[in-house]
Write a protein that binds this ligand. Structure first.
Ligand code: ADP
Length: 175
């Protein structure tokens, strides 16, 4: 499984599945969630509403993941996950690990060969980008590929991309 670090907008990536840093409501929000909903179009919100009503009436729990179609996105699927919110006291690394791991597992179940992740929880949810990079990169490196050929981390800003490059180089040097 190849890991690629990309600077840019995740909604433009030509991958089979993009991961959305959603919130428990599944009804959209700001940041990458808002960007994905704008790019995918109103059918995505409809699909999320349906999931919320039929499967997650109490909201999608932190660390879990669920897929919808990608609708107007180049990606065939969106995998919605909820990262922990450090500003609400959710600072357990296991919760962030679960968000990455369950998203990957969902991608495997879909048969996706390429997946793009944003820096889950590194925005409004207040996690340090270095912690997100360490947990995200470690989780992906340790996950059995199962048909996934490429995992991209799509970082919206240069400083965050630089943090991911440094952490990946550190992990590689320890192998
Ligand atoms: P969270 O609530 O999980 O912290 P945010 O969307 O606030 O989620 O931020 C997560 C990361 O996604 C941040 O680093 C933010 O800069 C980044 N981001 C925002 N928009 C996009 C986008 N279009 N593509 C990729 N990353 C994005």
């Amino acid at each position: 499984m190849e890991i690629a670090l990309v600077t840019g907008d995740i909604t433009r990536r030509n991958v089979q599945a993009v991961v959305n840093a959603a919130n428990s409501s599944l009804l959209g929000g700001g940041g990458v969630d808002g960007a994905i909903h704008r790019a995918a179009g109103p059918e995505l919100l409809e699909a999320c509403r349906k999931l919320r009503e039929e499967t997650y009436p109490g909201g999608l729990p932190v660390g879990e993941a669920v897929a919808t179609e990608g609708f107007g996105l180049p990606a065939r699927w969106v995998i919605h996950t909820v990262g922990p919110n450090a500003r609400a006291g959710q600072t357990d690394p296991e919760l962030l690990r679960a968000a990455f791991a369950n998203s990957l597992q969902t991608a495997v179940s879909l048969g996706a060969s390429s997946v793009a992740f944003p820096a889950i929880s590194a925005g409004v949810y207040g996690w340090d980008a270095r912690d997100v990079a360490e947990i995200g990169l470690r989780t992906v490196r340790e996950h059995p590929g199962n048909g996934i050929e490429t995992v991209e981390f799509v970082l919206f800003s240069d400083p965050v991309a630089q943090v991911f490059r440094t952490v990946l180089a550190d992990l590689d040097s320890r192998d």
